[in-house]
Each structure stands twice: as C-alpha cells, then as structure tokens.
Design a protein around this ligand. Structure first.
Ligand SMILES: [Zn+2]
Length: 465
C-alpha cells in the first residue's frame, strides 16, 4: 500500500491524493489549485499521474479545491466512477458548472488581451458541457453504509462536519501483500463541533492509517458561539449610524450560515426586525436551494427550528438579487441594510461593485467572515490597508472593517489533536492541506504527545504504508 499527494501537499489547495493498493489506483479528491492566476493555471493544466490509469475517484466534498479538476480528469481519459454523497453531487452540479463558466470567461478575457501579441491564447481547462458531462460519472452513497468498492476493499462515508455533504472516507482493505485487514481513513476537510446547520464530525474509533488535513494545525479559532452575537453587535452599531453592512462571503456554506444566523437574530429581536437583507450572488442563491433539499443532513438545533414551521433560509426581509440590473439598483438603496455577496475573497463578482460604492463612507461596515488568501483584495482589507485598488482605481478605506474570526468550517489545532487522540490503533498519520508552518508543528506534536509516526506529505513524494 502506498500513498502519493499530487496537490494540497505543503499547501491548502489542489487536493489530489493517490492511494495504490491491491493493484488498484484510488484517487482521493481531484481539486483545483487556487491562488495566483498564472501559477495555478499551469499547475492545473497537467496531471502528474495518468488519468486513464486511475480506477476510481472518491470525493470528500464539493469545495472546488477538492472537486474542481474532475471534468478535466475525465477529459484526459479517466473512465472510473466518482463516489461521493448525494448532497456533494447536487452541489457539484452547480459548482462545477460555475467553475467552467469562470474558466471560459478567463480564457476569453486573455484571448482579447493577447490578440495584439504573438502569444497563443489559453484554452479553458474545461467548458460548461464538459462539467455537465462529468456528472454522469458520479455515484452517490449514503453516510454510514459500507459499500463494496472491490472484492478486497470496502468504502464507508461518515459525516465530516465541514460543509453540507462533506464526508470522511474510510477504506477497509484486505492487503494482498501480507493478508492483513487494514483501515485507511481520509478526513477530507475536518469540520468543527457545533457548526450551525450541519452535524458534528463523526469520531472514527479505530484506524491503521490516517490522512488528515492540517489547515489550522498550529492555530486556534475564537469559539463558534461568539460568531452570531458579534455579528449582531456589528449590524446594530452600523444600522444605528445609518450605514450598510457589506459581507463578502463564500457562496457555499458561509452564506447559508449567515442567512440562518441573521434569521435567528431577527426572531429573537436582537437586530432591527425590518432590516433588509440582500443576497447578491446567483451562485449562493442556487446553493441555498440545495441546502433546502437536504434536511436529512441538518443537526438537531436547525431541525427544531424548522419544526417551528419556518424555513431557516427564508427570513421575510431577505431578497435574492438575480439580475445585474437589480444588483446595480442596490447602489441607490437608501438606509441601513445587509448585503451578502460573492466572491468570498473579493477577487471577482458582484462584491467588488458593492465595495467600490460603499468603502469610502464611514457609516458603512465591511464584515470579513472568511479566509482571505495572500494577494487578494480581501486580504488587503484584513491587513488594514488605508487604500485599496478596485477595478484599477484607488479607493480610501473609510468604512469600518471588522474581522469575525469565529466563522471557520475547519477544525483548529486542539480539535484535530483531540480527534486523532481518540482513534485507536494508529500506525501512521499523514498530514496534507496545510502550509508548512501549520503541518510541521502539528506533526511534531503528534509524535511527541501521542508517540505515533507522523509525516508531512510532500508534493509527488510517495510514502509506503
Ligand atoms: Zn473544504
């Protein structure tokens, strides 16, 4: 049995891990690298393994850095099955198409730019029809049900508690090399206990090998419980001074958490009950519809809420903005309101218009609720830059900027440590999906505190199990 990471090794995007066992090549996730455009485009373009030789692909969840290269893998000759949960497939049906659309638009933009040069225009990695076609390869499995992947390999998904549909991958293998039964576990992205909407991560009790994420392997988060009250304070003080609350948000999960949280605050009358809430992201609107289809994945709190006969995602003051014209009309809206828009890191989409129109007014607030990668507009706001460039023009940051740190869908160092400690029989832990300053110290702590061999996976470097 051997494992090689071709992405998300010493970094957080591009998840692709190849497990080779009993003559089978099983790929765990097939995500896109994200970050600086040119660099990630090059990394996404070529697979460092032969897609035609992969027997099956197991997908942990729908985030694009885990799923986004699947249509390309299929274009390059993958003929196996993509296993995932039903919610993940439903989400991919929207998110992969959106990803294709972004790539087509990018390619078009560069084609226009390159027209006057001798350089060859770039091709999109895949198109919307490619994304649509790829969905035929998906096979969905319920959580907690053992599935015979091959004669000697069984697959079971368990709740990962990270985003809707997210699953941990458990492979029970009869290793032909030594005839022994072995359990290999891949956490995918590990969630947190008490996240709104979804259930807590399922505790795996026994495993031989664990491949785990380490995004926050050396950091702790502010407690989840502080998120919603803090949001209420931000909304109230901004509304009191007559300003708007602009929230750049990821369309998937974070937006639905915000809608649900704001709905709770309105019901409890902790924020003005007539405050207009706008969701200005067609992608977020479509994803919210998927959330409403998967009540079976909700936790106890939101189920009870649902039983009170109202839809958690439809507070009556909420309006989904559909067209570009409607979005532009928001510029002329007078008085306090909340505008939640994408993209999460402020790099593209409608959020940039809202920032441009509101950033220079001290009455307004920009509330940061997600991870902002280096070199993004979002990161500049987090770093407190006094002026930022939006659409090639500089704007002074006069609005209030707040960072709400409790909103994270990833386990922190304590959560990860506790989780691993509760698994018995571990022979080796492999760390991926973390920058070196997170995964390195985490590996050291596992070795020192638990006495378990622990390695940080390096790109394309094989580890024998
Ligand atoms: Zn994720």
């Amino acid at each position: 049995m051997r494992l090689t990471s071709y992405g998300a090794a010493l970094e957080v995007t591009g998840s692709q891990h190849l497990l080779e066992v009993n003559g089978k090549k099983i790929l765990l996730d097939c995500g896109l690298f994200q970050g600086r455009r040119k660099e990630s485009f090059e990394k996404n373009q070529t697979f460092k393994y032969n897609p035609q030789k992969i027997d099956s692909l197991i997908l942990s969840h729908a985030h694009i850095d885990h799923s986004g290269n699947i249509p390309h893998l299929i274009k390059e000759g993958f003929k196996g099955v993509v296993y995932c949960t039903k919610a993940t497939k439903d989400l991919c049906s929207i998110m992969l198409l959106d990803s294709a659309y972004i790539q087509e638009s990018d390619a078009e933009y560069f084609a226009r730019k390159l027209k006057k040069t001798a350089l060859k225009p770039i091709e999109p990695l895949y198109t919307q029809p490619d994304a649509e076609y790829s969905l035929q390869f998906f096979k969905t499995l319920p959580l907690g049900k053992r599935f015979k992947l091959y004669d000697d390999i069984y697959l079971t998904f368990y709740e990962a508690g990270h985003v809707l549909g997210s699953a941990m991958v458990v492979l029970d293998i009869n290793d032909k090399d030594d005839g022994k039964e072995k359990r290999f576990v891949f956490t995918g992205d590990m969630g947190r206990c008490k996240l709104p909407i979804i259930n807590d991560p399922y505790q795996i009790e026994k495993a031989d090998y664990l491949l785990t994420e380490s995004t926050y392997g050396n950091r702790t988060h502010a407690p989840i419980e502080e998120g919603i009250p803090e949001l209420a304070r931000v909304i109230n003080r901004t509304a009191r001074r007559g300003g708007k609350i602009i929230i750049p948000s990821f369309a998937f999960e974070r937006t639905q958490e915000l809608i649900y949280g704001i709905h709770l605050l309105i019901d409890r009358k902790e924020i003005p009950t007539n405050l207009p809430i706008f969701i200005d992201s067609p992608l977020a609107t479509n994803i919210t519809n998927i959330f409403q289809k998967h009540i079976e994945l909700y936790d106890k709190e939101i189920r009870e809420y649902f039983n009170l006969d109202h839809n958690p995602f439809k507070p009556k003051q909420l309006k989904h903005i559909k067209t570009v014209d409607e979005s532009k009309e928001l510029n002329f809206f007078i008085g306090p309101c909340v505008i939640i828009s994408a993209s999460g890191m402020c790099e593209a989409g409608r959020i940039r218009h809202h920032l441009k129109n509101n950033i220079e007014d001290p009455k307004n607030t920009i509330a940061i609720v997600g991870y902002m990668a280096e070199h993004t507009l979002g990161r500049k706001l987090v770093d407190g830059d006094p002026a930022v460039k939006i659409f090639d023009k500089m704007y002074d940051v006069k609005s209030e900027v707040v960072i709400l740190e409790s909103f994270s869908a990833h386990a922190d160092m304590n959560d990860l440590h506790e989780y691993i400690k509760n698994i018995s029989g571990l022979q080796k832990v492999m760390l991926v999906h973390g920058e070196e300053n997170q995964s390195g110290p985490m590996a050291d702590r596992i070795k020192t505190n638990m006495g378990i061999e622990s390695v940080v996976m390096e790109p394309a470097k094989t580890v024998n199990l």
